[in-house]
Design a protein around this ligand. Structure first.
Ligand SMILES: NC(=O)c1ccc[n+]([C@@H]2O[C@H](COP(=O)([O-])OP(=O)(O)OC[C@H]3O[C@@H](n4cnc5c(N)ncnc54)[C@H](O)[C@@H]3O)[C@@H](O)[C@H]2O)c1
Length: 290
């Protein structure tokens, strides 16, 4: 089945950090957007948080009050996948990063979503080939990978697996553009795609420089900011992303490649074991006063 050329109804699965922001982005762009989660509490929290976000945007003059009102009118929240999947043109799965959860979601979407619907996953570490078969429509499956914070970050990665159809790629690229994003196309499913691989390479080098006593983390961060014009240094970025997430990505990459050079970094793992997860826990590489 050919994907539709015009996407009107977007279904976002998962109302967590990413799903909620993706949904608001889609609603602000004019799409009727449904957010589905298994936990009503997560949906309620997301709805409240999105109100707060748009209130702030209105206050700071980034968004007109009327635009905010219309975006919220376009947003729906539901725990009932069966009811909401039937009318979706495009599904963006942003549920918990566990393969068995995602496989089960794609299997259900394959049964419930209209035959033309594209099923994309926002996963950072699970290539869509791992869930495409379960959906029964592998040609209409790809990764559509957003960056956090979604409302601010311009880039999205569109990652095709070997069986993703060209029509699916074209429609996904078009949808990303309709969301005001700049899509980049990744032709092969490689662990970390492009952005996280680049970030991982810089992080790895930064960790090696620190371990070798070549420079302090403050000076390594300052160099990245001032000499390379990165908005923040690699240690600051790891704290922002969350050291548990950094460690998890490294573990997943290592599991996929088996390359000793990709093995998780021991100093990051030690911080995670000590509960020092970065900004969210108040301490990571740096300390943050709450
Ligand atoms: N956090 C990031 O910075 C980031 C960046 C890019 C991509 N991602 C990807 O986005 C996805 C979500 O990450 P997150 O950080 O938003 O996670 P999160 O833990 O904040 O949210 C996950 C949500 O999924 C819901 N969920 C779990 N099982 C479900 C199911 N069967 N059906 C519907 N909802 C279900 C949970 O209730 C939760 O609300 C992951 O695949 C992750 O790799 C995350």
């Amino acid at each position: 089945m050919q994907p539709p050329t015009t996407i009107t109804r977007v279904l976002v699965i998962g109302a967590g950090a990413m799903g909620s922001q993706i949904a608001l982005t889609a609603a602000l762009a004019g799409h009727t957007t449904i957010v589905q989660d298994i936990a009503q509490g997560r949906l309620d929290a997301a709805a409240a948080q999105l109100r707060e976000s748009t209130d702030k945007m209105v206050k700071s003059g980034k968004l007109a009050e009327e635009q905010a009102r219309r975006a919220h009118d376009r947003l729906e929240f539901s725990t009932d996948l069966e009811a909401v999947a039937a009318a979706a043109d495009f599904v963006i799965e942003a549920a918990t990063e566990r393969l068995e959860i995602k496989k089960a979601i794609f299997a259900r979407l394959g049964e419930l979503a209209p035959p033309h619907a594209i099923l994309a996953t926002n996963s950072s570490t699970i290539g869509s080939s791992a869930v495409a078969g379960a959906s029964g429509r592998p040609g209409q499956v790809c990764n559509l990978h957003f960056f956090n914070p979604v409302l601010v970050m311009e880039c999205v990665e569109v990652v095709r697996h070997a069986g993703t159809s060209q029509a699916t790629v074209d429609t996904t690229v078009e949808l990303a553009r309709s969301l005001g994003k700049t899509p980049v196309l990744i032709n092969h499913e490689v662990p970390g795609f492009v952005a996280n691989r680049l970030m991982g390479a810089v992080q790895k080098e930064a960790l090696a420089l620190l371990a070798g006593g070549v420079a302090s983390m403050e000076d390594i961060d300052a160099t990245a900011r001032m000499a390379l014009r990165h908005p923040m240094g690699p240690f600051e970025l790891m704290d922002l992303v969350g050291l548990d997430v950094v460690d998890y990505i490294a573990q997943a990459t290592y599991a996929a490649t088996g390359n000793p050079a990709d093995a998780p970094d021991e100093s990051v793992a030690a911080l995670v074991r000590a509960g020092k997860l970065g900004r969210k826990s108040g301490t990571g590489w740096y300390s943050y006063s709450r």
